[in-house]
Design a protein around this ligand. Structure first.
Ligand code: ADP
Length: 504
C-alpha cells in the first residue's frame, strides 16, 4: 500500500486517505463476535472529532467468556504444550504479517490516536514486529537451573507459563504496548485477554486477526474492547486470571492492585506515569541537544510516558538553549497526521486535549513565562501548539505532574549535586536523559537518579532487549528484555533424594 487504503477523509486535503475499518467486534476464542449486550461505542477521529465507526462494547460477561476460552486454551490446548521452537515459528510468522500489513496498521493508529502516519510506518509498526521477533527468539531458550541442594538432595527449577494473563493497555502506543506484552506472554506459553484503551480500540482487533492467520490457536489471544470501569475492572478482579500486566496511569494502576488484592491475589506488573528529567549540562552541542529536548516533549504530541517533561538546563547555556528550542518549537508543523509534511498530530482524545490545556492555564497562573504556544489550533480536532515555559520552579504543577502533551517546562540549575537532588524530587522514576560530554558527570548522574531507564546523549531509545520499567510510583516489573518475559513465567523447584551416590 503506498497510501492508507480507501475512503477519502472528511475535512482535510483530498490527497489524504483513511483506512477502511475491517474489525469492530470482540475477538473471543478465535472468532469476531458481538458483545453479549449488543452495545457498541464510538471510535473517534481526533483530527476532526468525527465518529470513525462503532466498536463492540464488552462488559463483565464478555470478559467471562474470554477467560473461559483462554483457560481452556491454557489448561487443555496446544499452545503451552508446543515446544519453544514451534511457538517461535508462529511468532515469527506473526511478525512478518505485522510488517506486511504495516501501512494499514499504522493508518489505523493515525486515524484513531492521531499518530503521525509516517512515524507509524517507520517506527511503531516495525518496532512492534521487532518485539515479536525478539520474543520469538526467546521462546525456545526458556530453561531453569540444576541445583546441588543438600548432600541428600538434588533439585532443579522449571519455568512454567504463569497461565491466563490479562493485558490492559493505554491509548498512546496501541501497537508497541500490544507488542511488548502480547509477544512476551505468548513466547512464555501463556494465553491472553487484551483490553485496549477505549480511545483506541481498532488496531488491537487487527493484531488479533493477524495472530489467527499466523497460526496462534483459538483461545490463546482474545481481545475485549470496552471501558476501564467495566472490562478493565472485570479483568483485574477476575478469579480465573492468573496475572495482570498494565500500562497506564498511576491512579488506575493503584485500582488494579487493589482489585488483584481483593480477588485472587494475582501478581500484577505496572508501567505507570512519569515526570522525567531531561538534564542538559553546559558542555553540550546546544543545537543538537535542543532538537533532542524538543523531541522529548513533542514526539507523539507529548503523549509519551517517557516524555522528558522537566527540562533542567545548566545556567551557562540556559539562554542559548531557550532561544534555540523556542525557534524550533515555532517552526514545528502541526496538522493532519496523514500529511507527510506534518510533524505533530492531534492529541488522542478530547479528555486528554482538555487536560493539557488546563495544565497550560495552571502554568500561566502559577507565574511561569509562556514563550511560545499555549493555545489550541483554530480548527476542528484536538490540536495543540508546541508550548514552552521558562521561569518554572520545582513546586509548580507543570513541573510536578505528568502533562502528557507537547508542553516543555524549562528549569535552570547550577551544579551537579543540585540537579541530582532536584531531578529525584518527584514521586515518579521512569526515565532520565543526561546530556553531557563529561563521562564523570554522566556516570555520577546516571547512578544517582532513581529511574528505570537512563539515556545519555540520546533519548527515548526503547529497544526490545532493554528492560523498561520504573522506580517509585512509575510502577514495578519491566516490559521488554528477558525480564519482560520472566514475569509471565512461574518458577517451580523440584527436589529429589540422591541415594547411594559415590559423590555424597
Ligand atoms: P487515561 O486516564 O490516560 O485514559 P488510564 O490509566 O485511565 O489512562 O487507562 C489505561 C487503561 O486502563 C485503559 O485501557 C483503561 O480502559 C483501563 N482502565 C481504566 N480504569 C480501569 C480500572 N478501574 N480497572 C482496570 N482498567 C482500567
Amino acid at each position: 500500500m503506498t497510501s492508507p487504503p480507501s475512503q477519502s477523509n472528511g475535512n482535510t486535503g483530498s490527497h489524504l486517505k483513511i483506512p477502511k475499518i475491517k474489525f469492530t467486534k470482540l475477538f473471543i476464542n478465535g472468532e469476531f463476535v458481538d458483545s453479549l449486550s449488543g452495545k457498541a461505542f464510538e471510535a473517534i477521529d481526533p483530527r476532526n472529532e468525527e465518529v470513525i465507526t462503532r466498536v463492540a462494547q464488552g462488559e463483565k460477561g464478555d470478559v467471562d467468556l474470554a477467560v473461559k476460552a483462554a483457560r481452556q486454551a491454557f489448561d487443555n490446548g496446544p499452545w503451552p504444550r508446543f515446544s519453544g521452537t514451534k511457538r517461535r515459528r508462529v511468532l515469527l510468522k506473526l511478525a512478518d504479517l505485522i510488517e506486511e500489513n504495516g501501512e494499514e496498521l499504522a493508518a489505523l493508529d493515525t486515524l484513531n490516536a492521531g499518530k503521525l502516519f509516517s512515524e507509524g510506518k517507520v517506527t511503531d509498526i516495525p518496532s512492534t514486529a521487532g518485539y515479536f521477533r525478539y520474543y520469538a527468539g526467546a521462546a525456545d531458550k526458556i530453561h531453569g537451573t540444576t541445583l546441588k541442594s543438600s548432600s541428600e538432595l538434588q533439585a532443579y527449577t522449571l519455568c512454567e507459563p504463569i497461565g491466563v494473563v490479562g493485558l490492559i493497555i493505554l491509548w498512546n502506543y496501541p501497537a508497541q504496548i500490544f507488542g511488548f506484552k502480547v509477544a512476551a506472554a505468548l513466547a512464555a506459553g501463556c494465553t491472553v485477554i487484551v483490553k485496549p484503551a477505549e480511545q483506541t480500540p481498532l488496531s488491537a482487533l487487527f493484531y488479533a486477526h493477524l495472530a489467527k492467520l499466523a497460526g496462534v490457536p483459538d483461545g490463546v489471544v482474545n481481545v475485549i474492547t470496552g471501558f476501564g470501569s467495566t472490562v478493565g475492572a472485570a479483568i483485574s478482579s477476575h478469579m480465573d486470571i492468573d496475572k495482570v500486566s498494565f500500562t497506564g496511569s498511576t491512579e488506575v494502576g493503584r485500582e488494579i492492585m487493589q482489585a488483584a488484592a481483593t480477588s485472587n491475589l494475582k501478581p500484577v506488573s505496572l508501567e505507570l506515569g512519569g515526570k522525567s528529567p531531561f538534564i542538559v549540562f553546559d558542555d553540550v552541542d546546544v543545537d543538537k541537544v535542543s532538537d533532542l529536548g524538543l523531541a522529548g516533549v513533542t514526539y507523539n504530541k507529548g503523549e509519551v510516558c517517557v516524555a522528558g517533561s522537566r527540562v533542567f538546563v545548566q545556567e551557562g547555556i540556559y539562554d542559548k538553549f531557550v532561544e534555540k528550542v523556542v525557534a524550533k518549537a515555532k517552526a514545528k508543523v502541526v496538522g493532519d497526521p496523514f500529511d507527510p509534511n506534518v510533524q505533530q498530530g492531534p492529541q488522542a482524545s478530547k479528555k486528554q486535549y482538555e487536560k493539557i490545556l488546563s495544565y497550560i492555564e495552571h502554568g500561566k497562573k502559577e507565574g511561569a513565562t509562556l514563550l511560545t504556544g499555549g493555545k489550541p489550533l483554530d480548527r476542528k480536532g484536538y490540536f495543540i501548539q508546541p508550548t514552552i515555559f521558562t521561569d518554572v520552579t520545582d513546586d509548580m504543577l507543570i513541573a510536578k505532574e505528568e502533562i502528557f502533551g507537547p508542553v516543555m517546562p524549562i528549569l535552570k540549575f547550577k551544579t551537579v549535586e543540585e540537579v541530582i537532588k532536584r531531578a529525584n524530587d518527584t514521586k515518579y522514576g521512569l526515565v532520565a536523559g543526561i546530556m553531557t560530554n563529561d563521562w564523570n558527570i554522566a556516570n555520577t548522574v546516571s547512578r544517582s537518579i532513581k529511574a528505570g531507564s537512563i539515556w545519555i546523549n540520546c533519548y527515548m531509545n526503547i529497544e526490545a532487549d532493554c528492560p523498561f520499567g520504573g522506580y517509585k510510583m512509575s510502577g514495578f516489573d519491566t516490559d521488554l528484555g528477558m525480564e519482560g518475559l520472566y514475569k509471565y513465567l512461574q518458577l517451580k523447584s523440584v527436589a529429589t533424594p540422591v541415594f547411594n551416590s559415590p559423590w555424597l
